[in-house]
Design a protein. Structure first.
Lengths: 361, 500
């Protein structure tokens, strides 16, 4: 009697359990797949942003610009604004001017552009300003335009940093040539230390000019007695694609190599570095680089590049967004934002090697 | 639930089996429907994957129409192309307005927003161009046309890029979806297999539940067939056909048990009746005996004889006196010891008296000799044993022979048994007769003359009762005219008080 009752109970439990199991499994599978489908058919970030800013980079391949963009992007998110790097939208290599036109036609809330002093750029910036779109010039300025802010680095200070570094290297070179002369007993005239500054062929870049004068002035003012330094500016043609690398190779093809090469952008630095290695001129040609990409930092660690400049890119990006936000809110903002720079050489390179982004230190 | 289960128990066997089939089929059906719905939904999603691309293509085509029609109008200024331009720009505007204006976190959405704004600007410029053309402002429309063409180029590139990127993304999605689809299929098949397995086990279990009372029933029926009616009454678990059969079987077993009980009872009654009958017979016999004893009043006879003896003494007839005195003794024994245990001595004395009487009657025909072990004189035995035996010797052994008869009585001990031997020299007995006498089946004619009415069978029966053993008497006869010896065996049980 009891047994049969148990049997019945078991059977009832079994029935209920089977039903529940089948129902839950089926439901679970269907819900799981529903969720799975929705997850990639619905876009992940469905936030809405108040402002839409466009950044147009001078050179998208350089990690400097990437890094600045990252900084601007992060800063934008914190202010509920979205920053897009417009160069990424097009794979067909539109020029900065084309991108400016597109940005203006897109009626965005603000443009951050790596500008230069060209008339066309001035015109475009003015056009944008005319349509009520604030323009921030980043890294390269267009002083004659109606841009609201320039965010960059202190070119003159940077020039002074380079100048001091050049002097240090020149001094070392000077002594070592003296020693060499003594050893080899060669009666030689004192040879001036030749410094070559690679400038953008487009000389209307005011920042570049200021930087060069900074170098020049520092050398003139601080060089030791009896040391001769010969400073030359060499234009690198950056207007065509791939022309930078060719121009730099051209320098190394010549017999008369400079003692120190100062590079004023990231691409030049990498090209010179590669050329020095390829032409086996390590130690003979000293390089002062620009920006602290991984390649450059490693090169410093290997004693190929003597020093480079670290720019607080996150800060730069943040300044851009801050300026645009401020302008959009108050109709006005500061004319200049200068990002921090730091010199990296053999002495402190380990900080950057180990810790990665330790620019704040 | 209980009620529901109750209801399940109450439906017929056919109903049960059908309901199991229906329930399991419904399970499979339900799961299939759910899976099909899921698959349906997924294929719809698959169809939707490239919807964005289609929309963009449409947009691109509409843009191209605008540009072409505008160029046509600028070239030829035909009213057809103007009409075409207005129509296509309207179409394009409609498509553009569908695009979202929000600044979304999603890349494509932002691109679409840009396209929307650029297109609005483009349409404005084309309108202006057309206006300029109509106003024959050559310089203006040429510049505007160039602007429009440039913007057209930008928008087209924009759309193409978006289309490309979205196509890439959608292709990835498509691959993922297809993968998910296959996964879903596999899962679906897995679920169906699981459902089928569960169904099968459920059917097996349910059918087992239905069949189990039948199994119990068949087991019980087997027991009953083997003759064991003492089985447990089966529980009627359900109201279906099996339940009915189980109930009927239970009733049958109960009925059979009742019948057996009844038969046993009537057999008991019959036995008691038979016993009663036997007792009646015994009582009858007893009554018969009492009747026989009552026929002669021994006291009267004894007193009468005593009076005769005194009379004979008074007359000086000594032999008569002796005879009557012996007679009186004989009867007194009968009166006194009718149903008591006596000693061997008393029995021997009775035999002495009896033979004296006979010798007087038959003028001293019988020679009587006795040889007695005095130590056994006090051994107990039932009364009226030896006299009937001696009487038999006289009646059947001696009376019919020509020579003078002799009777030897001896009492002796063999181990622990006291033996009383009574031997005559009469005609002897045949073996058959001896057997009949010993087994008690021999019937002499009732109450022969001179007998006191006690037959050999009675003697043997009383001896058996007294000694509580079967071996109480043996009769030895060596054949015709060779005499007969009757030996009585008694256990040596002596009487306490000396009874002289």
């Amino acid at each position: 009697m009891e047994k049969s009752r148990n049997k019945k109970k078991n059977y009832r439990g079994y029935l209920i359990m089977t039903g529940l199991l089948i129902a839950t499994t089926t439901m679970a599978v269907i819900f799981f797949f529903g969720f799975y489908i929705r997850r990639f058919t619905q876009k992940s970030d469905t936030n809405q942003y108040d402002n839409y800013y466009i950044m147009i980079a001078g050179d998208t391949n350089s990690s400097l610009w990437r890094s600045v963009y990252e900084g601007a992007y992060e800063a934008g998110l914190s202010k509920n604004s979205y920053v897009d790097l417009l160069n990424d939208f097009f794979e067909n290599g539109y020029s900065r001017e084309d991108l400016m036109r597109i940005a203006i036609a897109s009626e965005v809330d603000g443009i951050i552009v790596g500008a230069d002093e060209s008339d066309e750029m001035t015109e475009l910036i003015n056009e944008a300003a005319g349509q009520g779109i604030p323009v921030v010039t980043l890294y390269g300025d267009n002083t004659r335009s109606e841009r609201c802010t320039f965010v960059g680095i202190g070119s003159y200070d940077l020039g002074r940093e380079y100048g001091r570094e050049v002097l240090e290297i020149a001094q070392m070179k000077h002594f070592s040539t003296q020693a060499q002369d003594d050893e080899t007993q060669v009666e030689a005239e004192k040879r001036p230390v030749r410094v070559m500054v690679l400038v953008n062929a487009y000389a209307q870049d005011s920042g570049q000019n200021i930087l060069c004068s900074g170098i020049q002035e520092t050398i003139e003012n601080e060089k030791q007695e009896g040391m001769e330094i010969e400073l030359s500016l060499v234009s690198i043609d950056g207007t065509n694609t791939f022309s930078v690398e060719e121009s730099i190779r051209d320098i190394f093809m010549e017999e008369d190599l400079p003692d120190i090469i100062v590079c004023l952008n990231e691409l030049n630095t990498v090209c010179v570095y590669q050329a020095v290695v390829d032409y086996n001129k390590v130690g003979q040609v000293n390089i002062l680089g620009y920006y602290d990409s991984d390649t450059i930092i490693k090169a410093i660690d290997r004693n190929v590049i003597d020093a480079t400049i670290s720019i607080d890119t996150a800060q730069m990006g943040k300044y851009c967004v801050d300026a645009l936000t401020e302008y959009n809110t108050y109709g006005n903002t500061s004319q200049y934002f200068i990002a921090d720079i730091e010199l990296i050489n053999k002495e402190n390179v380990s900080l950057y090697l180990d810790g990665g982004d330790t620019e704040d230190e | 639930m209980n009620k529901k289960l109750f209801a399940f128990n109450n439906i017929s066997l056919q109903g049960k089996i059908s309901s199991i089939y229906i329930i399991t089929s419904l399970f499979v059906c339900l799961v299939n429907i759910l899976l099909i719905l899921g698959i349906n939904r997924m294929s719809k999603e698959l169809e939707l994957v490239y919807l964005d691309n289609l929309n963009l293509n449409e947009l691109s085509a509409a843009l191209k129409d605008v540009q072409t029609s505008m160029t046509d109008y600028l070239n030829a200024k035909t009213s057809d192309s103007l009409e075409e331009y207005y129509r296509s720009s309207q179409d394009f505007l409609m498509l553009v307005e569908e695009l979202s204006d929000d600044v979304s976190g999603t890349f494509y959405e932002r691109m679409k927003r840009n396209i929307k704004h650029m297109s609005a600007g483009y349409l404005e410029i084309t309108d202006q161009t057309i206006e300029a053309k109509r106003g024959r402002n050559v310089e203006k429309y040429r510049v505007r046309y160039e602007n429009a063409a440039q913007l057209y180029d930008y928008i087209n590139t924009y759309i193409n890029n978006l289309n490309n990127q979205q196509f890439k993304y959608n292709s990835e999605n498509y691959t993922k979806l297809t993968h998910a689809f296959h996964l879903f299929e596999t899962f679906g098949i897995g679920i169906i297999i699981a459902v089928i397995i569960m169904n099968v086990s459920m059917i097996v279990k349910l059918v087992g539940t239905i069949i189990s009372p039948l199994k119990d029933l068949s087991k019980s029926a087997d027991e009953v067939a083997n003759g064991n009616f003492d089985i447990e009454i089966l529980e009627v678990q359900s109201q279906d056909e099996i339940g009915v059969v189980t109930g009927a079987f239970n009733q049958m077993v109960i009925n059979i048990r009742e019948y057996i009980e009844r038969i046993r009872h009537s057999m008991e009654v019959e036995r008691v009746m038979k016993e009663n009958e036997l007792m009646m017979e015994a009582h009858l016999k007893d009554a018969q005996l009492k009747y026989l004893q009552a026929q002669i009043n021994p006291h009267f006879l004894f007193n009468t004889l005593n009076a005769g003896a005194q009379l004979a003494m008074l007359e000086g007839a000594d032999r008569t006196y002796q005879y009557v005195q012996n007679m009186a003794e004989f009867f007194r024994y009968n009166v006194k010891k009718g149903d008591e245990t006596v000693t061997i001595r008393e029995e021997i004395e009775l035999v002495d008296n009896y033979i004296y009487i006979l010798n007087v009657r038959f003028s001293g025909d019988i020679h009587y000799e006795k040889k007695v072990d005095k130590s056994l004189m006090r051994v107990e035995m039932p009364s009226m044993i030896l006299q009937p035996v001696v009487e038999n010797c006289v009646n059947h052994g001696i009376r019919e022979m020509a020579d003078e008869g002799r009777i030897w009585v001896s009492v002796y001990r063999t181990d622990d048994v006291a033996c009383i031997s009574i031997r005559d020299n009469g005609i002897g007995m045949s073996k058959e007769t001896i057997d009949k006498v010993i087994s008690g089946t021999y019937r002499e004619e009732e109450l022969a003359a001179g007998s006191n009415g006690i037959g050999m069978d009675n003697v043997i029966a009383r001896l058996k009762l007294f000694t509580e053993s079967e071996d109480v008497m043996s009769i030895i006869s060596e054949g015709k005219d060779k005499g007969t010896e009757v030996i009585i065996y008694l256990p040596v049980r002596e009487r306490e008080e000396d009874d002289v």
